[in-house]
Design a protein around this ligand. Sequence first.
Ligand code: PLP
Length: 478
Amino acid sequence: MVKSESPPPAAGNHMTPDEFRRHGRQVIEWIARYMESVEEYPVRSPATPGQIRDALPAEPPEVGEGFEEILADVDRLILPGITHWQSPNFFAYFPSNNSGPSILGELLSAGLGVQGMLWSTSPACTEVETHVLDWLVAMLGLPDRFLSTSRGGGVLQDTASNAVLCALLAARERATGFQSNRAGAAGDLVVYTSEHAHSSIDKAMRIAGLGHQQLRKVASDAAFAMRPDALARQIEQDRRAGYKPCLVMATVGTTSSNAIDPVAEIGAVCEHEGAWLHVDAAMSGTAALCPELRWIQPGLELADSYTFNPHKWMFTNFDCNAFWVADRRELVRTLSVLPEYLRNAASDSGEVIDYRDWHVQLGRRFRALKLWFVIRHYGVEGLRRHVRQHVALAQEFAGWVQQSSQWELAAPAPLNLVCMRHVDGDEATRDRMERINRSGAAFLTHTRLADRFVLRVCIGQRATERRHVTRLWERLEE
Ligand code: PLP
């Protein structure tokens, strides 16, 4: 894509600002052309195992190379091994969309290169983050208890997986009177979630030192949403056996089928039992930008923590997870460790937020910058328009499935995910999916629901238009 136009710099020297300016333009030009042409690539990488690595030199270069040479190798060596998540024909897993303002915010964050572990290590890094997370509370119609001006507050994490881990650690502490950090994890604590919840809760259990036996997968209803009556019954049974409920994780938009757990009823059970309620809305939380779609979140006022991923459906490139707690003191008390070398007057004053106490790692980058750019570039109305368009396309697609003699819906399609199966059975479904994926024309993934192989069509890529969706449907009907 990029032609060599200058001699390589003296090997091994730092890139000068002028060289950076020149190569930076080349990289921006590369990305812009990629945005223009991404639709032309086979969506799923056709690379075979080991193919990319085999093409790389066995040894690192002893002497530095010219930047043009490096960039040319991106085309030659890297692109063949890329699955094009930014393609408008990407309907697999979940959207992981980026956008111009987000990429530029990311670049600026790298350029500033700050560590925002403490307020004092870069005040803007902390204050913009707090501000943007408060904006999001209003933008999504979340309960005021998550505002930093109340007892709660939000923080940007890398992923929803780390968000649920932090929620679980805080819940574990609260359930043991803040003793488990001192004495180790408690064997009598039990965690509940639906059988369709994301696997990140399983991993969080391992990291938090709670055994797999302490995780209960609660039965779901016909729409694959958690059954609050089954939850209450399971807790009662566990209490009788000497266990103590620690945390319940409800999902707003499960990965498999986009099922929406009844958060209000689950929250009532949590309130009664004194269990921490964590709500995972990784992809679907973005829908709440649209007031008419906020039917997905009644009951959030009962949540102790809530999370969604702007890095999925909100045009903010990975990684960017938003995580809120209703009482920040519980989280900070759980995670705060203060070595002498981090002490400073601002922290001692108690007037500032030190986000190092809100997650696992110490170091943190200026992740809020790209989110701030995205929100300012699109405006709330602009973001809503795109989300509405994706939901409308998915609803139209679901309508085609319902009318089709070949396909049937495998689950309700509340938002932007359509789950479907072929009337001829699992092999026919798998065969259609593999044929499309092999062709490179689109990329689809599957799940299992009610023990049937199910095709998932997730609509949420930034560049996806109606023509991409109609073309996919034509291919599925061929
Ligand atoms: N929760 C749900 C419902 C998801 O769909 C996903 C990802 O697919 C996750 C959590 C994990 O997200 P992350 O990659 O941010 O950890």
